[in-house]
Design a protein around this ligand. Structure first.
Ligand code: C2E
Ligand code: MG
Ligand code: MG
Ligand code: MG
Length: 276
């Protein structure tokens, strides 16, 4: 009976594993379809000058609305898109959406720009720079209209990343390192990439409030950014106290629910129009 029980357990286990992978397969297949059919929308979160409160840019954040209306967080579907090799299509879709929805605003405000997130795989894609140029050229937008965000994780030991970053910068795009402080903590690699902006991760901004880590860590990051001639954007600002602390310590810009949650294109255009 022990052997029978053992076999039974193995069969049950195999079935369970099969069902999980089935579910993952359908999730990923559904996502691939959504990307193919353009069922991805973009939300825009204002990036604000901390001392003046003025908005000179926004971050484009992908949203997937499923057939049943459920909105899936990019934290859940970006990794799936990366695994199933559809991230490149998704990135191009986001860029096209941004150009469609914000093209007018970008063309008429040369101080205004939109940030787009690139994933590690985008950096290794040989055609991305060319495709990008094509989209911007056909919309008659200068490269300075679009900035790119890359996470620390995507930068580590990639010669491809270095080359692409350099190429995009030569073209006139600004490059930001995203979620700074959460990834590989060796700071020396920062020097080896041509970057313009350091985005301080929300975890540090949270710590200003809770004192979970001493704020001296943030002061050191700010010093380092200065010495590398990077400007700074603080992420996830939720209180006036955080704004004051960051501004007093020399951080120029920030984004977060304190200013605005990510908005639909129509909401963002209204938000932007209202402040002038
Ligand atoms: P991220 O690039 O660091 O974007 C900031 C995230 O923090 C956004 O989450 C935003 O909604 C959230 N956030 C902003 N302010 C606050 C705040 O005050 N409080 C809190 N609690 N959260 C705040 P979201 O939109 O869910 O995006 C999650 C991540 O997914 C992004 O993190 C980014 O890494 C990735 N992502 C989003 N869109 C794209 C995309 O088009 N391509 C790629 N490759 N990644 C994307
Ligand atoms: Mg980002
Ligand atoms: Mg970030
Ligand atoms: Mg983040």
């Amino acid at each position: 009976t022990a052997a029978v029980l053992g076999i039974l357990l193995i069969v049950l286990w195999v079935l369970a594993v099969f069902r999980v992978s089935q579910r993952q397969l359908s999730f990923s297949a559904e996502l691939t379809n959504a990307i193919k059919n353009g069922n991805i929308t973009v939300a825009y979160q204002p990036i604000v000058d901390l001392s003046t409160g003025r908005c000179h840019g926004a971050e484009a954040l992908a949203r997937w609305q499923r057939e049943d209306g459920e909105i899936i967080s990019p934290d859940l579907f970006i990794p799936v898109a990366e695994k199933s090799n559809s991230i490149h299509k998704l990135t191009l879709l986001v860029i096209k959406r941004v150009v469609e929805e914000m093209g007018q605003l970008l063309a008429t405000h040369d101080q205004f720009s939109i940030n787009i997130n690139l994933s590690a795989q985008d950096l290794e894609h040989p055609l991305i720079a060319l495709e990008l140029k094509h989209i911007l050229d056909s919309a008659k937008l200068p490269a300075s209209a679009i900035k790119f965000e890359i996470t620390e994780r995507a930068l580590v030991n990639h010669e491809d990343s270095r080359k692409l970053i350099s190429k995009l910068r030569r073209r006139g795009h600004q490059m930001a390192i995203d979620d700074f402080g959460t990834g590989y903590s060796s700071l020396s690699y920062l020097e080896t990439f041509e970057l313009d902006t350091l985005k301080l991760d929300k975890a540090f901004v949270d710590a200003i409030e809770t004192h979970a880590v001493t704020s001296s860590v943030i002061v050191h990051i700010i010093e380092m950014a200065k010495s590398l001639e990077l400007d700074m954007v603080a992420e996830g600002i939720e209180s006036a106290h955080q704004v004051q602390w960051l501004a007093n310590n020399g951080v120029q810009r920030g984004q977060g629910y304190y200013y605005s949650k990510p908005l639909t294109a129509a909401e963002f255009l209204k938000y932007h129009a209202k402040q002038r």
